[in-house]
Design a protein around this ligand. Structure first.
Ligand code: G6P
Length: 354
């Protein structure tokens, strides 16, 4: 948790973020549950981190397909968020519908409070849920959905900051600082794309024949390790696993040898040294180590065999930058293997039938 600060008069300061949602969603809020699939599920895990660490609200993230058949016990004053970029994924819609129905008719504090996060407010989700946060990413063609993933993350930052303001779990100046840093990210992403694309393409050529990858991250970047692995699977058809770096020693370490590259997300902050030491354990098993690290980080340069450098930002904001080189890497490996990066086999952009 970050510092807890109330303003001098004990009043809730006016929120610098106006999401346009109804205040009734947030009254006496005690729990948040998030339902999603695939990439949207990974964005939701970053959302959980933000909602818990910035706003102090216990948050659960469930695969929509699991929630449908084993819903969590009902809790009071609970906000249910459905996250789907297309607004058409059948499992996510069905899970939300089920949640709405099982709460209707119960006492006031158990009444459904539904919020949707989507790139398509005109979708089925938009018709089903009256409170929508739109990601404004534009049309998403690729299955390697970088744009929509990043904008889903931005929506979660805004929601967590709005709630942190309402609950006074962060000071107004800290909220302003985070917003100012968020505003700098588009320029930093452009810089990253301009400077790193060629380098990542060259690196990708070395992995065209690789059969297995491991992605490691911790804390707020653990979901980014999952997303890096998912993208590689989806568009390159390479087996990849994402793990919280501290779990590597409890099983996946058995897989490691010179043929299995390990990509570690090592951004300075609370878990930085831990990730570097987990990466070193992999190196001791001859794994080729690739680090997503800040530009000009000497300690990281000494640890990793190859670098995917990103501009330096505080750890809290680092997922938005860290995911970019991972998705470019997956893209270039797929292109090198001669695959259709926009329409991978067996996958649809939105899954409407099971
Ligand atoms: C499909 C796609 C995935 C996507 C998932 C959720 O399975 O292949 O890439 O992450 O649906 O999509 P949604 O539109 O609900 O975010």
């Amino acid at each position: 948790m970050e510092e807890e600060v109330t303003d001098a008069e004990g009043q809730i300061p006016q929120s610098p973020i106006n999401l346009g949602t109804s205040d009734s969603l947030y009254e006496n809020l005690e729990h948040i549950q998030i339902l999603a699939c695939g990439t949207s599920w990974h964005a939701s895990l970053v959302g959980k981190y933000l909602l818990e660490q910035l706003a102090g609200i216990p948050t659960m993230v469930q695969y929509a397909s699991e929630f449908r058949y084993a819903p969590a016990p009902l809790t009071k004053n609970t906000l249910t968020i459905g996250v789907t970029q297309s607004g058409e994924t059948a499992d996510t819609l069905a899970a939300l519908d089920m949640e709405k129905r099982r709460r209707e008719g119960l006492e006031a504090e158990y009444q459904p409070r539904l919020l949707g996060i989507t790139n398509r407010p005109e979708s089925t989700l938009g018709q089903m849920v009256s409170q929508i946060l739109e990601t404004h990413a534009g049309i998403e063609v690729g299955v390697a959905a970088t744009k929509t993933f990043v904008t889903q993350l931005v929506v979660f930052y805004c929601l967590a900051l709005d709630l942190a303001n309402r609950r006074q779990s962060l000071s107004p100046s800290r909220i302003e600082d985070i917003i100012a840093s968020l505003r700098q990210l588009p320029a930093e992403i452009e810089q990253l794309l301009e400077k790193q694309d060629r380098h990542i393409e060259e690196l990708a050529h070395e992995f065209a024949e690789t059969q297995d990858f491991i992605f490691l991250g911790r804390g707020i970047n653990f979901p980014i390790a999952l997303e890096g692995a998912l993208k590689l699977k989806e568009i390159s058809y390479i087996h990849a696993e994402g793990y919280p770096a501290g779990e590597m020693k409890h099983g996946p370490i058995a897989l490691l040898d010179a043929k299995v590259p390990v990509v570690a997300i090592a951004m300075p902050g609370t878990v930085y040294e831990k990730v570097l030491s987990n990466a070193q354990e992999a190196k001791a098993r001859d794994a080729r180590l690739i680090g997503v690290t800040p530009i000009n980080d000497q300690e990281a340069a000494e640890t990793f065999d190859d670098l995917l450098p990103v501009p330096s930002v505080e750890e809290l904001l680092s997922p938005i930058l860290a995911v970019i080189p991972l998705q470019i890497l997956a893209y270039h490996i797929a292109a090198r293997r001669g695959l259709d990066v926009d329409q991978p086999r067996n996958l649809a952009k939105s899954v409407t039938v099971e």
